[in-house]
Write a protein that binds this ligand. Structure first.
Ligand code: URA
Length: 196
């Protein structure tokens, strides 16, 4: 497939990942250990988009491998799927220092990689984890607490389901965990409805 939009063109997913791996388009390139492009099955029906790598992700080069990642893995397994059967990536591919929020300029610089990644992946169901991914991909300023647990059409071939970021679930516990679990039940239902 040849993905061409308003931005750069990449011939393959591998070429895209290789281009991202040496990116210096924003200052995060100076502080990262490595680019964290994404992990999982590029042919998966289900794709997750988080915010950006944390310390452990930056060290290992794999998204969602820290505490929040362990919860994400549990939520995935809780609906009868395996982590290696889905695809997981982030809005920004490099760690913001000290785990601060990514800046608008960093999100814009990284956006062509995410957009092209989603072009290649073309998942049936896309789950945005937290405010950053949800606001970017739904092009809204609305907050995650309003948007979570609902289905939005995405690019004609997908449904987008926003849910709470697993790090927020870890911070808030109780009700947040119940909400995340119920969002994942919706994800499971959407996968069954939109199966290939
Ligand atoms: N939080 C994220 O948003 N992404 C990761 O990869 C890890 C933690």
């Amino acid at each position: 497939m040849n993905v061409s939009g308003p931005g750069p063109t990449w011939e393959s997913f591998e070429e895209l990942a290789a281009a991202a791996s040496t990116c210096t388009k924003c200052p995060l390139a100076e502080t990262r250990t490595q680019v964290v492009f994404g992990v999982g099955d590029p042919h998966a029906d289900l794709v997750f988009v988080g915010e950006g790598p944390g310390a452990e992700e930056d060290r290992q080069g794999i998204p969602f491998v820290g505490r929040a990642g362990q919860l994400l893995t549990k939520l995935i397994e809780g609906i009868g799927l395996r982590r290696d059967g889905v695809y997981i990536c982030n809005v920004v591919k490099c760690r913001p220092p000290g785990n601060r929020d990514p800046l608008p300029a960093e999100i814009s610089a990284c956006r062509p990689y995410l957009e092209a990644q989603l072009d290649f992946l073309a998942p049936r169901v896309l789950v945005t984890l937290g405010n950053f991914a949800t606001r970017l991909l739904l092009d809204t300023k609305e907050g995650i607490t309003k948007l979570r647990g609902r289905e939005f059409p995405f690019r004609g071939h997908s449904v987008l389901i926003p849910t709470l970021h697993p790090a927020a679930v870890l911070r808030n516990g109780g009700n947040a965990l119940a909400q995340a679990r119920s969002d994942f039940v919706l994800v499971k239902r959407a996968l069954a409805l939109h199966a290939t």
